[in-house]
Design a protein around this ligand. Structure first.
Ligand code: ZN
Length: 197
């Protein structure tokens, strides 16, 4: 079964759990709960700035922050990073004690604290060798909101919690093809938990 990133690199989904045979998003209530939770969370994350940029520039200069390109961590405790700052997170996770927060809700706060204290990867630290995937070429998670549209009109069904349900879905592309990441990359990483190894 293929794995696919949606919107941002990082979290990976079973293609079959997310897309139907035509490559369109399945209705959210047909997905496993963990999948729909992550996917709906992604719709709220795709347009956010990089956490590290934000720690540097703050809300006052949020326009200087790079948009997030990759997401690590757990839903509601994510670390969002741009390409420039991903090596800092990978270094922290691998070399500076970050891995003890694997799978916990503290990963975000712990990384922020380290970074705000001046924690950085050493110059030239390579980090992960990603396939050069442009997030713009990944399936747009906001397209799932269209598929979830029917479900949202049934408020009695508390299982569907779509964040930012009122956000603009006009750009959603239900035809978006799943983008298969490079198989070599898949083997290099512990992708089951979406953390650097
Ligand atoms: Zn950044």
């Amino acid at each position: 079964m293929g794995k696919v990133c949606i919107g941002l690199r990082g979290w990976r989904f079973d293609e079959e759990a997310v897309f139907d045979r035509e490559g369109a998003f399945r209705p959210m209530d047909e997905m496993p709960e963990e999948t729909s939770t992550r996917l709906s969370r992604l719709t709220a994350l795709v347009n956010r700035p990089c956490d590290a940029c934000w720690l540097i520039h703050g809300d006052e200069e949020v326009e200087r922050c790079n948009p997030a390109a990759v997401v690590y961590g757990e839903p509601m405790a994510e670390v969002l990073l741009c390409d420039d700052h991903e090596p800092d997170f990978v270094y922290w996770f691998r070399e500076a004690g970050g891995s003890e927060y694997r799978g916990t809700d503290d990963v975000e706060d712990a990384f922020h604290e380290w970074f705000a204290d001046g924690g950085r990867a050493p110059g030239g630290y390579a980090g992960l060798s990603h396939v050069d995937t442009d997030p713009d070429e990944l399936p747009d998670p906001e397209a799932v909101l269209e598929a979830a549209g029917d479900a949202r009109e049934r408020p009695a069904d508390g299982r569907i919690e779509v964040e930012d349900a009122n956000s603009d879905t006009g750009a959603a592309d239900p035809e978006a093809e799943p983008t298969e990441a490079d198989a070599e990359d898949v083997e290099d990483l512990d992708l089951s938990r979406e953390y650097p190894r």
